[in-house]
Design a protein around this ligand. Sequence first.
Ligand code: DGJ
Length: 733
Amino acid sequence: MGIQFDSKNKIFHLKAKNTSYVMEVVRDGYLLHRYWGRKINTFHNSNFLQLLDRGFSGNPYLHKDERTFSLDTLPQEYPQYGNTDFRKPAYQIQQENGSTITDLRYQSHSIFKGKEPLEGLPATYVESEDEAETLEITMVDSLIGLKVILSYTVFERLNVITRSVRFLNEGSEELKLLRALSMCVDFRDAEYEFLHLHGAHVKERHIERQPLRHGIQSVESTRGASSHQHNPFIALLRKGTTEDFGEVYAFNFVYSGNFLAHAEVDQFSNTRVTMGINPFDFNWKLEAGESFQTPEVVMVYSAEGLGDMSRTYHELYRTRLVRGHFRDQERPILVNNWEATYFDFNAEKILEIARAGSKLGIELFVLDDGWFGKRDNDKSSLGDWFVDHRKLPEGLDDLASKVKDMGMEFGIWFEPEMISVDSNLYREHPDWCLHVPERLRSESRNQLILDFSREDVCDEITKRVSDILESVPITYVKWDMNRHMTEIGSASLPADRQRETAHRYMLGLYKVMEKITASFPHILFESCSGGGGRFDPGMLYYMPQVWTSDNTEAVSRLKIQYGTSLVYPIVTVGSHVSAVPNHQVHRTTSMEMRGDVAMSGNLGYELDLTKLSDEEEKIVKQQVAHYKEIRKLIQFGDFYRLQSPFEGNETAWLFTTKDKSEAVVYYFRVLAEPAAPTTVLKLKGIDDTKQYQVIGTDKVFGGDELSYVGLSIPANIHGDFQSYVWHLKACSE
Ligand code: DGJ
């Protein structure tokens, strides 16, 4: 591990666990990318850059007589615009004179142990200095006094490199940041597939993969949230890469707002990958003396396929992104009243559901939307965070105490970033929402967005939420956000800073979340944005679990949870059993299958438990008891995908403890098929040398047999929507 600088050849060699990353300073300070991939001992320039005279690739002024030196043909580390590189730059700055040309050159660097926090932004962290090493390279444009600090951290025990960039205006004129991406990698070929996670509300994080082609392929969000539509994650895969084999280069943006992730294959079949805040509709004024910090990108390299990439992200995020008391705690099994009652409830109904839950062994009751203001539907009251005494005459405190008396914890729903036009808050402060003067304000789900770029707005909402959390014995909060940004503008910003609003909103939101989560460390926070519309590492830094999707239907969930597992740890994946016919897709599946899908994440129930039949009650009771037995393994073990729902009718995955002494295997079959092939599941992640007993039977198999010969699916699984589970425990030697 470590970061080395060869001062003679001006080469930086960064080493994480099994990966190397190499850069070189050439000529008068140009910083080139030289290698990223499997770890090597030393770099001696075996892949030397062939300097060729390429037509229409010009030469920077100081090298105008050297027709073989062009920034257009060389792999750049943080490419700029305007001086011979015609690919998309990583950043762009406008001067007072209107010019958008900059010319950054290496000035100095520093290497230090550990990793510094990013002020005001979520980021991965270390707990001891020995876990990581950081390199900061200072680049300058001396003409305008621009300083750009490129920051790289390598993690000792993981194949992870994190990157971010800081812009400092040390000149005397005002600069405008038009583009400020957090990283760039110029790969020297294009023999990759581009993988990303696309989706929609109730259909999040579906995997799509296609070969790179010449030109630009990108995913982005312009919605003011990381979004259901595209996750801030992309990966380049060597052709033929599978779960277990092949090289993967992965990029994930630690940010919850607008992003751009972009791969450009150029005329010579090199591939440029960049990622960062979406430059679309972004413009940041950097006055003399001011600085701008970009969010972080987490880059993972895997030589062993997608499975290894996922386990690297899972380990890093579970242990060094998520923070606080709940990071290492088993998460409570909850029941949420949303799909049971929607807005139509009173204290009695809530207590009935809670009582039924407590009898089944459920540990936490969550009161969802509708407990405040006069919220009988989604048309009013957001912002009025005061209890509705019509529905809860004895108040929240009384309700929470009664739930606690049943032996359960009490949790509550908020949507702090929103405001209803029909609310006292809006009547008092109509200018507190994002809007553009004179223009009408578009609504979505009948609501507007509070302007979190304003300190007064953030303070008032922090106070309103905190007042409830202080006065009621609440141990869980679901933090929701149910629309995307339109008419983005802030009443508190001058005209030349209006295009900063969306990013300032994110900074305001992060500040509020930091303050509230730090003030209430005993509260477990779950983020939500109409389900999984903000399932990103930015949110995970503040809130250790996420409501994965508003779609609770078991078959749909196979794809949603499989796609989510590519990047995000299982413990963060909120997953509930709901009623049938399902409310989103109207499908009916068995209680067993719904339970098995939900137990493959962070288990909860979201249905009227008072309406369960005796048989269903029995099954739920068993599920709850079983999950308590295995949840440590599910939530904190290692995860292996065995069969993909994107490739066929069957899905399978496996969880093991870190020491491989125990594993749980889930198999799902969507439709019964005539003349179907017989499936044998080859297990992964277990120990070849151990003997495993299948719990509930007297069968014992060697780990090698389970891995190489495989497990047959029992023949007595009949009909559609089936699941099967094996619980394996290593026999004592
Ligand atoms: C959207 C969430 O995803 C749902 O679970 C529920 O909390 C509703 N909002 C409430 O309005």
